[in-house]
Design a protein around this ligand. Sequence first.
Ligand SMILES: Nc1ncnc2c1ncn2[C@@H]1O[C@H](COP(=O)(O)OP(=O)(O)O)[C@@H](O)[C@H]1O
Ligand SMILES: [Mg+2]
Length: 224
Amino acid sequence: MIELDSVTKTYTLGQQRIVAVNNVSLTIQPGEFVAIRGESGCGKTTLLGLIGGLDRPDKGTISMNGEEISQLADADLTRYRRDQVGIIFQFFNLIPILTVAENVALPHSLQGKSEREIEARVHELLSDVGLVERQTHYPHEISGGEMQRVAIARALINQPQLVLADEPTGNLDSRTGHQVMETMARLSDRHHITFILATHSSEAASYATRTLYMRDGSLSSGET
Ligand SMILES: Nc1ncnc2c1ncn2[C@@H]1O[C@H](COP(=O)(O)OP(=O)(O)O)[C@@H](O)[C@H]1O
Ligand SMILES: [Mg+2]
């Protein structure tokens, strides 16, 4: 379970202070698929970054299964990010000189598992996202929707408890976006993984089990 209590994050640019996340409190149950919807600039990416331990709040607390991640030492925060969180980005962020299978394996191989273990896990994930036939292809040889499904498989390689997806359909056409969202919803359901989706798209958010609305750094449960 993830709990945010009165979380605030402010950026300072010269004289200007921008309250990107403003006093946000939120509880997410294991296996939930939560969409955070809002216009560009409302604070979605900042909020995901705080939950994923990429950044720390100025105020408030964030805890995962009772452990306060906002208080972890740097090394422990790095471990939390690596072991418990998977991230999916708008622009896929695949490595162009690595094959599909190598991209999926990358976060895993950094942890010193055996070749065979990694191969089996990569195969299982690629079959989950329907891309076994593409495993020896390079990113430039597959479509945008396929790239995003590779990124989903990569995000799951370390069996994270939590997957964060930041505008995952933002660079895809509508039909492909639906396929990508369907894949995420299915995996969340089947493996009981908690997904948090940040999106401006009502279509993408429709795959979530719960939608929250964000505006000027604040969250609400209804559309305003
Ligand atoms: N690193 C940063 N430094 C200064 N301001 C930032 C930074 N990142 C985001 N912001 C500002 O914080 C606000 C929220 O941004 P962001 O979290 O990226 O929103 P969203 O993902 O909803 O578009 C915006 O006003 C943005 O300009
Ligand atoms: Mg963003």
